[in-house]
Design a protein around this ligand. Structure first.
Ligand code: ATP
Ligand code: MG
Length: 228
């Protein structure tokens, strides 16, 4: 691996084009994240945090610059390769949870394993184990609309790491949780991250969890302020 960086962004720009005009969500992002590093990303609303996670995670394509993730140049990854790469290597915890309404909690958590063709019963079993660890035994069979916001958030976190991805990208993972649950969830994420030597990038506004960070970076108007 190039030194031991899992993520390298060089002069990354992302422009959204829409009927109402252009938005430069990322203007010039330079960022390196190490294997085994827990980075927290902070910045005001609209500064480009979700956009940055989306381009690093190969959900959105960047407009200019270079993004290297696990030694792959994302620009050169297209079609099925991009989908396979994402499915195997990246775990997402979305700001809006993105749970599938017609799958129950256990099935939702197992999705990344289904995508990797793990046998159904085995995948559901692993999902159950993670949900028990997060004190969610009582909701295994329920559907997303039948559980609370905080429960949905913990379900989406379990889904984010079930497949042991090398890169975990979390967008405000504790926004719906009380202080105690927020810390518990961060501890679970950090334990997984250290055990797997994965890179964890966490977008947060939550001062209660910043102590878990190895490093805190700030983004403003699409530019990272304090990256060397
Ligand atoms: N699909 C899109 N089309 C057009 N503009 C977009 C799109 N997605 C985001 N933007 C714009 O890009 C900028 C960055 O948005 P982004 O969602 O990355 O912000 P954020 O830092 O995650 O904010 P928040 O803390 O509110 O979640 C904003 O000005 C936003 O309006
Ligand atoms: Mg956001």
């Amino acid at each position: 691996m190039m030194e031991n960086y899992t993520v390298i962004c060089k002069n990354v720009k992302k422009t959204f084009f829409s009927v109402s005009g252009q938005v430069e969500a990322l203007r010039d992002v330079n960022l390196k994240v190490k294997e085994d590093e827990l980075v927290m990303l902070m910045g005001p609303s609209g500064s480009g945090k979700t956009t940055l996670l989306s381009v690093i995670g190969a959900i959105l394509r960047h407009t200019k610059g270079e993004i290297t993730v696990l030694n792959e140049n994302l620009k050169e990854l297209s079609g099925d390769n991009r989908t396979l790469f994402r499915g195997k290597n990246i775990g997402f915890v979305f700001q809006s949870f993105n749970l599938i309404p017609y799958l129950n909690v256990q099935e939702n958590v197992a999705i990344p394993l289904f995508i990797q063709k793990v046998e159904r019963e085995k995948a559901l079993d692993i999902a159950k184990g993670l949900l028990l660890k997060m004190d969610l035994k009582h909701i295994l069979d329920r559907y997303p609309k039948e559980i609370s916001g905080g429960e949905q958030q913990r379900v989406s976190i379990a889904r984010g790491y079930i497949h042991n991805p090398k890169i975990i990208l979390c967008d405000e993972p504790t926004s719906y949780l009380d202080a105690e649950n927020g810390k518990r969830v961060m501890q679970i994420l950090k334990d997984i991250q250290k055990a797997n030597k994965s890179s964890l990038i966490v977008v947060t506004h939550d001062p209660r969890i910043v102590d878990y960070a190895d490093r805190i970076i700030e983004i403003q108007d699409g530019i990272i302020k304090n990256e060397k």
